[in-house]
Design a protein around this ligand. Structure first.
Ligand SMILES: *[C@@H]1O[C@H](CO)[C@@H](O)[C@H](O)[C@H]1NC(C)=O
Ligand SMILES: *[C@@H]1O[C@H](CO)[C@@H](O)[C@H](O)[C@H]1NC(C)=O
Length: 462
């Protein structure tokens, strides 16, 4: 009916001769109020500053998805006057019962109206009350304030990319690493012999030691595929370092998400050992060749668009063009078997310093999403709340360095620096620092290193 009305109005302007036909039409028009098209209150005639005498078919203002009238003629049948016509134009109360509605920010809404309050949907009930869902939100202003006033050594912030998501959605869509099962947790642990009187530097930053070879933090969007992101990130740096900068590929997480499908669930989570197996046996192309397209995450998995064949001695060659038609180079990059480091601070430091960034799992708790800066430690600010507010899930990240900071009380706080995959707007330019030497959030539980498979011929890649 709204479309018809509007069309009618347009016709009236163009064809005044049709006015007679439209007069009948308007008289017969179903009354807005009789048919439940009711916005309870609202400044309609007032906002348009119109009140017309007699009959004026052009005396309308937009009303929901149709128009309403502010001319005296509408009062004849109380059919299509704007809700504020009587009060604004005639100065009398409207001749129909006021619909129940709900008020919000000085406006009136009909029952059934909705609005979002952060991650919760609120609906105006028949009884004229807003009924809101009660999900714990990923960005909880109360939690952010508690962290920032609590002197925990780190600060929290409200992230617009997380605003409106529930905590449950954050755990489900922003992480995505399957906790390694015991068999993997016990896998070939490699020991970095550390001499007990060996002194390791107090600060270390991989990007300073290997300039141009440490890749920037990635952004997994709402794809729960950190298993692919942290693996691609560590392998990219390691291949760059081990080829001494002759190759500096930014490897493709999408290649892993779409093609490493054996026991893996793409943006529904995956295992690190499976990812490293794939990097060794199949290899992946660069992110430029096979760009990330699963940012939305919830879409069904996309078919694998890269294939390769063996060229002997374990090496492989792509047999498909890059999914990105503008990219030419479809070189396949591979790694040697990944190895697990002992859950030992010094050994992890030594490996990092000698061979480059390492991969680590991280147990992510509700307060971590809001991390903005400082040295993270999981706080107990959600302790007093219902269990639904205290959630955690397994994630994986790339550790790139360490350091220490003097606290106001004179104590020294040691930390790791790690790259997350929530974009460069999150944390400290995409990085975060976390307490070191105390296995904070399991960050020292499962740490993995790898060698790039770099042959003599790769040194001429350029
Ligand atoms: C408008 O309609 C009401 C109710 O039918 C009536 O009482 C009132 O006199 C009308 N006002 C005018 C100005 O026509
Ligand atoms: C957080 O950020 C969102 C989106 O930018 C904004 O709408 C909201 O009002 C902010 N909340 C608080 C408590 O600052």
């Amino acid at each position: 009916p709204g479309g018809t009305m509007r069309l009618l109005c347009a016709l009236l302007v163009l064809l005044p001769a049709a006015a007679v036909a439209s007069r009948t039409r308007r008289e017969l028009a179903p009354g807005l109020y009789e048919h439940g098209v009711v916005a309870a209150g609202g400044p309609y005639c007032e906002r348009g500053d119109v009140c017309c005498r007699g009959r004026d078919d052009g005396c309308t203002v937009p009303y929901l998805d149709t128009v309403c009238y502010c001319d005296l003629f509408c009062n004849r049948s109380v059919s299509d006057c704007c809700p504020d016509f009587w009060e604004y134009c005639l100065g009398i109360p409207p001749p129909f019962p006021r619909a129940h509605g709900c008020a919000r920010a000085g406006r009136h809404y009909p029952s059934g109206a909705t609005f979002r309050d952060n991650c919760n949907l609120c609906t105006c009930s028949q009884g004229g009350r807003w009924d809101c869902e009660d999900h714990p939100c990923l960005m909880d202003p109360e939690l952010i304030n508690a962290v920032n006033s609590g002197n925990f050594g780190w600060r929290a912030a409200n992230y617009s990319q997380f605003w409106g998501m529930t905590l449950d959605e954050g755990i489900r869509y922003r992480l995505g690493t399957v906790r390694p099962p015991p068999t993997v947790l016990n896998m070939n642990e490699l020991h970095m012999p550390v001499d007990s009187n060996e002194v390791l530097p107090r600060h270390f930053d991989a990007a300073a030691k290997w300039p141009g070879m440490i890749h920037e933090p990635l952004d997994q969007g709402n794809c729960a595929g950190s298993w692919a992101f942290s693996t691609a990130a560590v392998a990219s740096d390691r291949i760059s370092i081990h080829s001494m900068g002759h190759m500096t590929p930014a490897l493709s997480p999408q290649n892993l998400l779409s093609c490493d499908t054996r026991n893996q669930r793409g943006c529904g989570g995956g295992r690190l050992d499976g990812a490293w197996w794939y990097l060794r046996r199949r290899g992946v192309v660069t992110d430029e060749c096979y760009p990330f397209t699963s940012r939305g995450g919830r879409a069904p998995g996309q078919p694998c668009m890269m294939h390769s064949r063996s060229t002997g001695r374990g090496k492989r060659q792509a047999t498909a063009r890059c999914p990105n038609p503008r990219a030419r180079a479809n070189h396949i990059y591979q790694a040697t078997p990944a190895y697990r480091l002992a859950a030992d601070e010094k050994e992890i430091m030594k490996e990092l310093m000698e061979n480059g960034p390492v991969q680590a799992i991280l147990e992510v708790h509700e307060d971590f999403f809001a991390y903005r800066s400082g040295i993270y430690r999981h706080t107990r600010v959600a302790e007093g709340k219902a269990p639904a507010h205290r959630r955690h899930g397994t994630h994986s990240v790339k550790i790139t360095g360490w350091g220490e900071e003097q606290l106001p009380d004179g104590q020294t706080q040691k930390y790791w620096t790690a790259a997350n995959s929530w974009g460069k707007d999150w944390g400290e330019k995409g990085y975060f620092r976390i307490a070191r030497g105390v296995n904070e959030c399991d960050v020292e539980t499962f740490v993995v290193g790898v060698w790039g498979r770099v042959g003599a011929e790769d040194m001429h890649h350029g």
